[in-house]
Design a protein around this ligand. Structure first.
Ligand SMILES: [Zn+2]
Length: 264
């Protein structure tokens, strides 16, 4: 690190658990953020400001007026821009050191597999179950850590699926795919603006911990927030040995998942 970097990241380096080595791990890391909306915005801001060296921001959507209440990567004068491009523009102003690649497309199939394979860690910041399960399957296949967040109305949740570990549950262990699941989306249901900030910021914190190799990430735990009462609950869960997505991995499961606090 040069002097400018030592200054920029001094408040991380000062932390006993962090130091120069963990900061250098961040600088060398490549992170894939799926979704540049309400969750992806704060997550991308903090990962870029923290010095994650390479950020891939994937989103096929364009900035609309109705996004600006909560999607803080974007600004009024960038309505109509691709969200991934708008995000790259904003992050370049925040930290010119962060290399940000904008992918203006819905990631699926081989493109998703390729991006997950190249990433050290993936953040699921999307708003639909099809993408969540596709991202999870790709992370299971490539054994990449996945930091998942969701927020709707006043309810938020965040968890980490560290699929490098043999006994770590995957997203599907917790939320099995079902055709009859009602999908709630912020676009039609509403969401408290700072709630996506809270959840997305927690995703960034967990991603930094995993990349830096510090602390205890939320593996096998899901934090659920009711923002109306500001009460947090922790749901503990284990790998489902019968999970069709991660069941073929090496290692032993430890029983089925416990009840989740939210379906979305
Ligand atoms: Zn699983």
């Amino acid at each position: 690190m040069d002097d400018q970097q030592l200054l920029r990241y001094a408040r991380h380096i000062l932390l006993d658990e962090f130091g120069i080595e963990a900061q250098e791990r961040l600088l060398a890391a490549r992170v894939l953020i799926v979704g540049a909306g309400g969750l992806g915005s704060p997550a991308a801001f903090y990962l870029a400001s923290s010095g994650v060296g390479h950020i891939v921001l994937a989103d096929d959507d364009e900035v609309e007026l109705g996004n600006l209440q909560r999607q803080i990567l974007h600004t009024t004068d960038r309505i109509g821009w691709a969200k991934a491009e708008s995000g790259r523009h904003m992050l370049a102003q925040l930290n010119p050191e962060a290399r940000v690649q904008a992918l203006v497309r819905r990631l699926d199939g081989e493109a998703l597999a390729e991006q997950v394979a190249r990433a050290d860690l993936v953040l699921d910041c999307c708003d639909n179950f099809v993408t969540r399960h596709a991202v999870n399957r790709a992370c299971v296949a490539q054994r990449k850590p996945l930091v998942s967040g969701a927020a709707i109305r006043f309810a938020g949740q965040v968890s980490v699926f560290d699929l490098r570990l043999d006994d770590a549950p995957c997203y599907h262990c917790l939320f099995p795919e079902a055709d009859d699941v009602e999908e709630l989306r912020c676009a039609t249901t509403g969401v408290l603006a700072p709630l996506v900030g809270i959840v997305g910021s927690m995703q960034a914190a967990e991603a930094i911990k995993v990349l830096a190799g510090i602390g205890e990430p939320l593996v096998g735990r899901m934090l659920c927030l009711d923002a109306l009462t500001m009460q947090w609950n922790t749901v503990r869960f284990t790998r489902d040995p019968a999970c069709p997505v991660c069941g073929g991995r090496d290692g032993q499961g430890h029983g089925g998942p416990t009840a989740a606090c939210l379906p979305n």
